[in-house]
Design a protein around this ligand. Structure first.
Ligand code: AMP
Ligand code: GLY
Length: 406
């Protein structure tokens, strides 16, 4: 008899987690709270709020043996602390360790203290002080709001006028002004176990809304995973210069980090530089990663078995709703879901009498693998072209960075 697993969250990453965990021989039944119409295909959805008391009660009632938290918000709210206090196994950092993502100012100060390579920066206590420092690192200038912003709190300003405009749109509070770095952007995620860590493969996100990385930043418009994104030497560098010291210094501060640690990196000519830490799996990186993960995810989470990967590269193309990343329109009926020959992870969808409708900014993550990256890209886009809804937006160049490099 396997164990019951609870996945917390309702996006594409959580659908991919539920999909992968449901394939494990160690797992009896997957539950998703609150889940979405996609998780309902592989799990039982629990219509309960994502807050500790309700989740703990559900975990007790359903004899949940393992809980996996997708998004950052419940982690920052202390969900893992509540579960651990009740003696329940949960994957994710404590509220104190989740500060690495919750505050850009905290994470910058932490990196400086721990000697972790990152962009030169100045943290302004408020907008007025920031206004006096926007040109400190030249242009383009990078401006980051301090708190959680679903990937949308960062502005890259090409000149002083754009920087001043951006200051008006960012939420009030602390602002980090940063040197602009160039290079390949890489998402390097590890599972920190408390004693050590198990690395996942490197993947690449596409943060801007438009082809060729144009337009405003989003939570991620697509991702791909291919064994060539970084080489062995670069992986060692990232682990030695970023992952190890982060885990060591978090432990030394009395806030040890466990769970998924996501280093968003720029691979500059001088080596890796951290752009941001996340305290969870990436979305949509997870959809691409899990599609080609050969090993049993539950065995990694429970028994610390190292991850294994199929050689086939994978691609996830996000289909977003009209207006995203601004104010989105919802309620558009999605056509072609049953015909699309790919794994279609649901994110912002809902089931109604009219069928499956859009219900959020990022709607679907159409995911495929192939013998080559080109194959994976072609297959993913063949499926994307069979799906439609009014106002849909998707990038047509997911994975092309890799195609150009190799
Ligand atoms: P963050 O949320 O800090 O990862 O920033 C969102 C995105 O903005 C990143 O994925 C990068 O594409 C870009 N970005 C952030 N910081 C920098 C930087 N210092 N130099 C260049 N691009 C950056
Ligand atoms: N895809 C970027 C993130 O999950 O933050």
């Amino acid at each position: 008899m396997g164990i019951n697993v609870l996945v917390v969250g309702s996006g594409g990453r959580e659908h991919a987690l539920a999909w992968k965990l449901a394939q494990s021989p160690m797992v009896a039944q997957v539950f998703a709270a609150p889940g979405n119409p996609g998780t309902a295909q592989v799990a039982a959805n629990l219509p309960i709020p994502a807050e500790p008391a309700s989740l703990l009660a559900a975990a007790a009632e359903l004899s949940i043996g393992l809980t996996v938290v997708g998004p950052e918000v419940p982690l920052v709210a202390g969900l893992t602390d509540a579960f651990r206090a009740a003696g329940r196994t949960i994957i994710g950092p404590s509220q104190a360790a989740a500060q690495l993502e919750a505050s850009k100012a905290f994470s910058k100060a932490f990196m400086i203290e721990a000697g972790i390579p990152t962009a030169a920066s100045f943290t302004a206590p408020d907008t007025a002080t920031a206004a006096g420092h926007i040109g400190d690192f030249g242009y383009p200038a990078v401006l980051k709001a301090d708190g959680l912003a679903a990937g949308k709190g960062v502005v890259i300003a090409q000149n002083e006028r754009e920087a001043r405009e951006a200051l008006e749109t960012l939420p009030p509070g602390r602002i980090v002004i940063e040197e602009f770095l160039t290079g390949e952007e890489v998402s390097y995620i590890v599972l920190a176990t408390g004693e050590g860590f198990l690395p996942l493969q490197a993947s690449q996100d596409h943060k801007a809304i438009g082809d060729g990385d144009t337009g405003p930043n989003t939570g991620g418009m697509g991702a791909y995973c291919d064994g060539r994104i970084i080489n062995e030497h670069q992986a060692r560098q990232i682990e030695d210069l970023v992952i190890q010291p982060t885990l060591q210094h978090m432990a030394a501060r009395g806030t040890p980090f466990t769970g998924f640690l996501y280093a968003g990196l720029m691979m500059t000519s001088a080596g890796p530089r951290v752009l941001e830490f996340n305290v969870r799996l990436g979305d949509p990186e997870t959809q691409a990663l899990l599609h080609r993960m050969d090993s049993d995810l539950a065995a990694a989470l429970l028994d610390r078995e190292p991850f294994r990967w199929r050689p086939d590269p994978s691609v996830c193309v996000v289909m977003a709703a009209q207006g995203y990343p601004g104010t989105v329109r919802t309620g558009d009926v999605i056509h072609g879901l049953d015909q699309a020959p790919a794994t279609v992870f649901h994110a912002g969808t809902r089931a109604t009498g009219r069928g499956i409708e859009t219900a959020g900014g990022r709607v679907l993550g159409v995911t495929e693998s192939g013998a080559t990256l080109q194959d994976a890209v072609d297959r993913a886009y063949a499926a994307v072209r069979m799906i439609s809804f009014d106002g849909m937006q998707f990038r047509t160049d997911i994975g092309h960075k890799g195609l150009r490099r190799w």
